[in-house]
Design a protein around this ligand. Structure first.
Ligand SMILES: *[C@@H]1O[C@H](CO)[C@@H](O)[C@H](O)[C@H]1NC(C)=O
Ligand SMILES: *[C@@H]1O[C@H](CO)[C@@H](O)[C@H](O)[C@H]1NC(C)=O
Ligand SMILES: *[C@@H]1O[C@H](CO)[C@@H](O)[C@H](O)[C@H]1NC(C)=O
Ligand SMILES: *[C@@H]1O[C@H](CO)[C@@H](O)[C@H](O)[C@H]1NC(C)=O
Ligand SMILES: *[C@@H]1O[C@H](CO)[C@@H](O)[C@H](O)[C@H]1NC(C)=O
Ligand SMILES: *[C@@H]1O[C@H](CO)[C@@H](O)[C@H](O)[C@H]1NC(C)=O
Ligand SMILES: *[C@@H]1O[C@H](CO)[C@@H](O)[C@H](O)[C@H]1NC(C)=O
Ligand SMILES: *[C@@H]1O[C@H](CO)[C@@H](O)[C@H](O)[C@H]1NC(C)=O
Length: 405
């Protein structure tokens, strides 16, 4: 018994192996996290709008949140961050050093979620992103499974996404297009499948499960290249199901690999495997992760696109791709126990590198160096989902016994 515990200790903390470089950064548990998030929560506009990204480096006041109307794909991440701090307080307790006692996170999560509720019946911009917007309601259901408002929201968002399913294509439609026969699916859409599982858990409606599995299977076939990298966009003909073209929207080139898309793929397929136990999805998550890790440059910084040239510069980082990938790798570690050490070490290394580069005490966001959309000239910002996944990665490390608060 003692020997096996010692072995476990040595495996996790050995200073003489490759694993030694993976050190959990203390910033993940900094009091600045609750302090900044509470300040942002207490200064949201009325009627409510939600932060998405910050002002950028070359203005007089960089790092200031820019707020967007609720009918925006990113609206759920700030309320979900408040629920994540509620989870953290439960995991870590509140001390004067960690500042987790400065706010009632559950109350803030609940009150800031109210701006999302009208979207159940009235949204035009969300399209497939109803899944992301459902996250705070799924968090609420972990706390109070009887909360009817949250139950109704999850079921309504799932119904919205299910209505975008086309059985000829075998996918839910991501973006609406002027020509409705041009059926566009982006790799990001893998993340929205979670709301179908959340609603399935509430309703046992098998159609939702069928749609999630079918979308993932079609995406596995058409979005992946031989080397485990992904296309950002696949366009199908909605009447024939044929692939019309494969291309990028936010990446460097049509053939290149946009790092945030690759990160969504790791997380999305690990999540699909957890729910379905379909081994093809596990292999797909492993392939996506392996490509991601093999293409991080030697400085450890995740670039916004793995194929964007260093010369000519710049090739900015995307801190959000880094934190999403870290969460995807931690999820993969939990569902792929035989390789858990490899995936957790990789996740911690990514968190360490991005903290060194982008942890930014002076900004309202936790991290800088996010690339929202390089082709649209929107980069070097804080990003709300980059911060959300920074917080959740730390919580997951504690839950997995890999970090102390
Ligand atoms: C900041 O940089 C961006 C991208 O280089 C440029 O488009 C924008 O005009 C700059 N803004 C200011 C205020 O200099
Ligand atoms: C139920 O959930 C909603 C949405 O998350 C929240 O606004 C509301 O406060 C919750 N109600 C109760 C009684 O906790
Ligand atoms: C739907 O939402 C829009 C804002 O996104 C608002 O202007 C409109 O009044 C809403 N419609 C209904 C029926 O609530
Ligand atoms: C199950 O979900 C599908 C997709 O939203 C819907 O069309 C169907 O009516 C649901 N079935 C039941 C029994 O509610
Ligand atoms: C899809 O196929 C139909 C039938 O062949 C054709 O009329 C339509 O133009 C195609 N749409 C696209 C976007 O290629
Ligand atoms: C992708 O290909 C299309 C033509 O099929 C072209 O118009 C577009 O500029 C290409 N995108 C990039 C980023 O190279
Ligand atoms: C896996 O899915 C189950 C529900 O099917 C869920 O309860 C569990 O939290 C998930 N595991 C992880 C690590 O997300
Ligand atoms: C990170 O952001 C800073 C400004 O906040 C910028 O000077 C630096 O070039 C960025 N680094 C990368 C790799 O994007």
């Amino acid at each position: 018994m003692k020997e096996s515990m010692l072995l476990t200790f040595l495996t996790l903390y050995s200073t003489s192996s490759a694993a030694a470089s993976a050190v959990v950064p203390t910033e993940l548990f900094s009091p600045l996290i609750p302090q900044k998030i509470a300040n942002t929560a207490n200064s949201l506009p009325s009627p409510i709008q939600y932060p998405q990204y910050t002002t950028t480096w070359n203005v007089t006041n960089p790092g200031i949140w820019l707020d967007f109307i609720p009918d925006t794909w990113t609206s759920g991440f700030f309320p979900a961050s408040l629920y994540a701090l509620n989870t953290r307080e439960a995991l870590c307790g509140a001390t004067s050093a960690n500042a987790l006692g400065i706010a009632d996170w559950l109350e803030l999560g609940r009150s800031t979620s109210t701006g999302l509720i009208p979207l159940e019946t009235n949204n035009t911009n969300l399209q497939h992103d109803v899944g992301f917007v459902s996250f705070p309601f799924s968090e609420e259901l972990l706390i109070n499974p009887q909360n009817q408002t949250a139950i109704d929201a999850v079921n309504a968002f799932a119904t919205d996404l299910a209505a975008r399913f086309n059985p000829i294509v075998g996918c839910t439609r991501s973006w609406n297009t002027a020509d409705p026969t041009d059926f566009t699916v982006i790799i990001d859409n893998m993340m929205n499948l979670e709301v179908l599982w959340a609603s399935y858990a509430l309703t046992r409606n098998e159609t939702l499960k069928y749609i999630a599995n079918t979308h993932a299977t079609t995406t596995m076939i058409n979005h992946f290249r031989e080397d485990g990298s992904t296309w950002h966009v696949v366009e199908y003909n909605s009447t024939t199901g044929d692939v019309i073209r494969k291309r990028t929207s936010q990446g460097y080139a049509n053939w290149s690999t946009w790092s945030r898309g690759q990160a969504w793929a790791i997380y999305g397929f690990a999540n699909m495997y957890n729910h379905s136990q379909n081994a093809d999805f596990l292999r797909t998550a492993q392939r996506a992760a392996t490509y991601f890790l093999d293409h991080i440059p030697s400085d450890g910084i995740v670039p916004w696109d793995f194929n964007a040239p260093l010369d000519p510069p710049p090739r900015p980082a995307d801190s959000s791709a880094a934190t999403i990938a870290a969460n995807g790798l931690l999820l993969l570690a939990q569902v792929d126990p035989t390789q858990a050490d490899k995936w957790t070490n990789a996740a911690i290394n990514i968190l360490q590198s991005i903290t060194e580069l982008a942890w930014n005490p002076a900004w309202q966001s936790l991290l800088s160096n996010g690339t929202v959309n390089w082709p649209a000239n929107n980069f070097l910002t804080g990003i709300v989902y980059g911060d959300y996944y920074y917080i959740t990665a730390a919580n997951t490390l504690v839950q997995m016994g890999l970090a102390k608060c």
